[in-house]
Every structure is written in structure tokens, then in C-alpha cells.
Ligand binder design. Structure first.
Ligand SMILES: N[C@@H](CCC(=O)N[C@@H](CS)C(=O)NCC(=O)O)C(=O)O
Length: 270
């Protein structure tokens, strides 16, 4: 028994002295202080906040993402977006004089899963069936409206450099200037789609009594849905968010409040 205890103590020693640092790389708004607005980044930031994990934020402007990540030796993903945020750097110093270990996590789902493994409490359900269903519902009912009414106006909350980058890069898939694309989406019924979509959204979120998709049990799908809402609230025009809030009604209010009560919104700007 004594031996077993000594063995355990020896195993624990380096860990007790080791220390891990998380750095979340995020795209800033042009406000002072900057705020977190990107739905993808929120998938990671929300989980960090929920877990109460200590971390620091490094704000990176759009045109600097590939430069900064490339300089860290992170491989390019190719395509139109070879480097993306969120990225989370994990630095683990074992306190034994040896070079700290560094890990780069370059996708929001990987970051969320990593955090859930390392910090199991409070738990998050990662059942992919629910996540897939939630994303499918968003894509079928709301994505178009969000692209037209939120994404197209994101440059308004960005710094001049990031806004210029956005105007330069997004027309590559919109096939036209952002302003024209926004008008096209409005002409195609973006407002009506948003209103109907939010009703479907509220039915889906509230189907088990709320506040989350599975009732009281929080899942990664809830974090993804929150990410979309925060995209609109932090990155879109105020009138769009006010409409979304109205159409989401009580279900949306309870959903956001439950995240607030769980500490998920405590860190937005640092
Ligand atoms: N699958 C990625 C997607 C991330 C993503 O698309 N990030 C955007 C910001 S919302 C980005 O960094 N874009 C870089 C660029 O446009 O150059 C994730 O969820 O982590």
C-alpha cells in the first residue's frame, strides 16, 4: 500500500509543478476593447468560458491570420481559407527545465473536444447526431438569411484593414461585391426567411422544454446555435438582432440566459 502511494505521489509530482497555458486567437471588432463576434470562434470561446479554464486572448486581424499562423509552423489547409481562426495554442511547461510542449489546435470542434477531455467538468454532450441535426436545421432555415443580413454587414464592425480584406476575399464565392450580394439576398426574401427560420429554431430548441435542445443537458449543438446568435448580436446590425430576439421569443431569452448563468458569456472582450 505504502509503495503504491509513493508511486502515485511520484507520478503526480511533475504534474503538480507543470503548468498549462491556453491562448485563444480571435478576430477583433473595431470597438475598444475589441469583442468576440465570429460564430466559429465562439464555439471555442464558449467552451473555454463554460469550463472556467484560464486563457488569454490574442486578437489577430484578418490579413494577419495566415502570416501569424504560418510563422508558427502551422500547415496551410489550402483552398480559399488556408488559415482560419479560432486557433488555440496549448503550452505545457513541465517545470523541469525542458522546453515547454506546444500544441496548436486549428479547428473549433477539435478545441472544444480537447477542452472537454482535459476538463471533464462541467460536461458537454458531444453526440454528433444532435449536432448534425441542429446544423441541418440552421442550414435549411436560417443560413441564407444570416449570410444576407449578418455576414454581409460584418465589415461594419471590423477594423479598416480587416474590412478591406473581407471586401476583397468574400466576393470570390459571392461572385459579386458584398453590397450587391446583400441586396440579392434581401430580394430573395432574407427577412421572411429569418422570421420563419427563427420560429423553426425556437421549436427545435424548446422541444424538450428548454433551456437547451435536450432540456437541462447541455450539448455541443447548443454551443453551435449560440455561436450563430452571437454572430448576429456582436457582428451584425442592431436592427437584425432586435428582430431575431423578437422572433426567437421566450425560448431564445431562456437559452441565452441559461448560457449566461453557466458563465459562458462572462468573457467576450478579453
Ligand atoms: N472549420 C473552421 C472554420 C473557421 C473559419 O472559417 N474561420 C474564419 C473566421 S469566421 C476565418 O478565420 N477566415 C479566415 C479568412 O477568411 O482568411 C472552424 O470552425 O474552426
Amino acid at each position: 500500500m505504502q509503495n503504491r502511494i509513493r508511486q502515485l505521489q511520484n507520478q503526480l509530482k511533475p504534474d503538480a509543478m507543470s503548468y498549462t497555458q491556453y491562448t485563444l486567437f480571435d478576430i477583433p471588432t473595431n470597438s475598444d476593447p475589441p469583442r468576440s463576434w465570429s460564430p466559429n470562434v465562439w464555439n471555442a470561446r464558449g467552451v473555454l468560458n463554460y469550463k472556467g479554464a484560464p486563457y488569454s486572448t490574442e486578437w489577430v486581424e484578418y490579413p494577419d491570420i495566415r502570416v501569424r499562423l504560418g510563422a508558427m509552423g502551422i500547415p496551410s489547409k489550402g483552398g480559399l481559407m488556408p488559415y482560419t481562426l479560432p486557433m488555440m495554442r496549448v503550452t505545457r511547461d513541465r517545470g523541469d527545465g525542458v522546453e515547454p510542449q506546444v500544441l496548436y489546435l486549428t479547428d473549433s470542434l477539435d478545441i472544444a473536444k480537447y477542452l472537454n477531455d482535459v476538463h471533464p467538468h462541467p460536461p458537454i454532450d458531444f453526440d454528433s447526431t444532435i449536432t448534425d441535426e441542429a446544423v441541418k436545421i440552421f442550414n435549411a432555415n436560417l443560413a441564407d438569411a444570416f449570410v444576407g443580413l449578418v455576414l454581409c454587414d460584418v465589415p461594419l464592425v471590423l477594423s479598416e484593414r480587416s474590412a478591406a480584406y473581407f471586401h476583397e476575399t468574400r466576393p470570390q464565392w459571392m461572385m459579386m461585391p458584398i453590397k450587391d450580394f446583400k441586396q440579392k439576398k434581401i430580394d430573395e426574401g432574407a427577412w421572411e426567411k429569418m422570421e420563419n427560420g427563427m420560429k423553426v429554431w425556437a421549436e427545435f430548441i424548446g422541444k424538450n422544454g428548454g433551456p437547451f435542445i435536450q432540456g437541462d443537458k447541455i450539448s455541443y449543438a447548443d454551443f453551435k446555435m449560440l455561436g450563430y446568435l452571437l454572430w448576429a448580436r456582436e457582428g451584425g446590425p442592431r436592427e437584425v438582432w432586435e428582430k431575431i430576439e423578437g422572433w426567437g421569443g421566450e425560448v431564445l431569452k431562456r437559452f441565452v440566459k441559461a448560457f449566461e448563468e453557466n458563465g459562458v458569456l462572462r468573457r467576450i472582450d478579453y
